[in-house]
Design a protein around this ligand. Structure first.
Ligand code: CA
Length: 227
């Protein structure tokens, strides 16, 4: 999945870039409307995140010019909460919009929704040992048995699954799953990991979710050895 971010605030652009890289997307950035339109017309993207207020050519102008020849899904980011802007964006061919400030998790959910539309329902299946995760239907099963998870638990297991074999610190998990900076209160991560284990590991008698003391957590199939 390839995403183009057209955003003139460098800090926001970089934050979004990092976030989408973490989600496994490849990312291009344009810092103004003219560059954004150029990239959008000359490259192929799965989705474009388009800021409304941009120097050079604003987001609405980019959108109109783009729509003359391309139907790439576009999600508009607007700092203004005016209904008129939203209607204008949607009328000009945006697939969705989000008002700043927004939560990164919500942005990802919306991006997933608009890139799924009109596309063959592909199942994005991740596997760790006998654990299976379908990112599209959001179903989790282990050894063929369905596991019911809360939204946060699902976000947590899908992060660990996407980055299986990699040790993720509590801070990284807190930032990516809770979309917040947890300087001290990483207790929420510990509690959620514990709940997740009770559903995903305990009933099956073999652990996939491991604690790496002083470092964090890792999801991996270690065969028969238990630690
Ligand atoms: Ca802007």
């Amino acid at each position: 999945m390839k995403v183009l971010i057209v955003e003139d605030e460098k800090k926001t652009a970089e934050y979004l870039r990092q976030g989408f890289l973490e989600q496994g997307y490849s990312v291009d950035i344009a810092l103004d409307g003219i560059d954004g339109l150029h990239l959008a017309l000359h490259h192929s993207y799965d989705v474009i995140l388009l800021d409304a207020m941009l120097p050079g050519m604003d987001g609405f102008g980019v959108l109109r010019a783009l729509r003359a020849s391309r139907d790439t899904p576009v999600l508009m980011l607007t700092a203004r909460d005016g209904t008129a802007d939203r209607i204008r964006g949607l009328r000009d061919g945006a697939d969705d919009y989000l008002v700043k400030p927004f939560s990164f998790n919500e942005l990802v959910a919306r991006v997933q929704a608009i890139t799924r539309r009109g596309r063959v329902q592909e199942s994005l299946l991740l596997t760790v040992g006998d654990l299976q995760l379908d990112l599209v239907s959001r179903r989790v099963s282990r050894a063929g048995q369905r596991i019911d998870l809360t939204a946060k638990e699902f976000a947590l297991i899908s992060l660990l699954c996407r980055r299986q074999g990699e040790i993720l610190s509590k801070t990284v998990i807190a930032e990516l799953v809770w979309d917040m900076n947890f300087d001290s209160n990483t207790n929420v991560v510990e509690v959620s990991i514990k709940r997740l284990r009770a559903k995903v590991d305990v009933p099956f008698g073999r652990n996939l979710l491991h604690t790496v003391r002083g470092m964090g957590y890792v999801l991996e199939d270690r065969g028969d050895s238990q630690h």
